[in-house]
Design a binder for this molecule. Structure first.
Ligand SMILES: [Zn+2]
Length: 287
């Protein structure tokens, strides 16, 4: 791997160093280490105590960008119904939570749930300036699973809609790459995105990954191992789009579903992961 001097900095992951905060940001994650006692300490590969624990969380910048996007969406849709707002916000929240579900992010997810509810409460207050607080809360918020502040449409409606909460996201513990495997074995998406070529990845897919800098063209988040990625026709075939390189882009499956609902396409996407591969513990392994 080449490192550009201008984009590289040595970061101490355990202690603050020369006014720089410990840890560093990488692909939207913040990685740092905490000193801990012997009962919670991490261990090296030989089982020896390390005296610290590594914590991987969404970076501050990434949290802020995500929250800004939610706020912008709420602002943009202020004249629309609650159902429209929920249908626009859910994929944004789901995508972000999915991306960060391997980080230790419970506290951050809870904070973002709270901030989002607060923003939606203000949205309701602004819409009904002559109504009381009780009226507004019972119009837009329901009690679901013991949570009084679930933003959801009325149960009487034909198709009730519930806003997804960050705090419902299950945290997936990351499983480390075992033993002496090279990153080249496991990280198909990473290496394809960097090089635009990979012995196991079909050439068109690898060059699309490189062109998109490893990110989904719909939600803008990085693809990660375990994601379901599909090829999408930018202009759908039903509208005369061709199956050719310049009309193709890679999307998360859930992003693809979302796009297909609105762009008039009908065909289901095809996963880009080669047939002889399957996912296991966050790694692509050959079947
Ligand atoms: Zn996406």
């Amino acid at each position: 791997m080449e490192l550009k001097a201008s984009k590289t900095r040595l970061a101490h992951t355990l202690e603050n160093y020369e006014n720089q905060k410990a840890g560093f940001d990488f692909l939207g994650f913040n990685i740092r280490q905490y000193k801990v006692g012997k009962y919670t300490s991490g261990r090296d590969t030989k089982g020896r105590l390390l005296g610290f624990k590594t914590l991987v969380t969404p970076s501050k910048e990434s949290q802020e960008r995500h929250y800004r996007r939610i706020c912008e969406e709420i602002e943009k849709l202020k004249g629309q119904s609650q159902a429209v707002l929920i249908s626009k916000l859910n994929p944004i929240i789901r995508g972000w939570c999915n991306y960060f579900s391997t980080g230790v992010s419970k506290r951050i997810f809870t904070k973002l749930s709270y901030l989002t509810s607060w923003k939606l409460w203000k949205w309701g207050v602004k819409r009904h300036q002559n109504k009381g607080r009780k009226w507004i809360s019972s119009k837009y918020f329901r009690t679901i699973g013991g949570d009084n502040w679930t933003f959801a449409t009325s149960r009487e409606g034909s198709n009730p809609m519930v806003l997804m909460k960050h705090s419902q996201t299950a945290i997936v513990r990351h499983v480390k790459v075992k033993g002496d495997k090279s990153p080249y074995d496991g990280d198909l998406i990473y290496w394809s995105s960097r090089r635009g070529t990979h012995p196991e990845m079909p050439k068109p897919t690898a060059s699309l990954l490189k062109k998109q800098k490893g990110k989904c063209a719909h939600c803008g988040l990085f693809f990660r191992d375990g994601d379901l990625i599909e090829v999408d026709h930018i202009i759908p075939k039903s509208r005369g789009g061709k199956n050719e390189y310049k009309n193709n882009q890679l999307l998360h499956r859930h992003c693809h579903d979302e796009k297909s609902r609105t762009d008039g396409s009908y065909s289901k996407g095809v996963s880009i992961i080669p047939e002889n591969y399957r996912w296991e513990n966050d790694m692509l392994v050959t079947c």
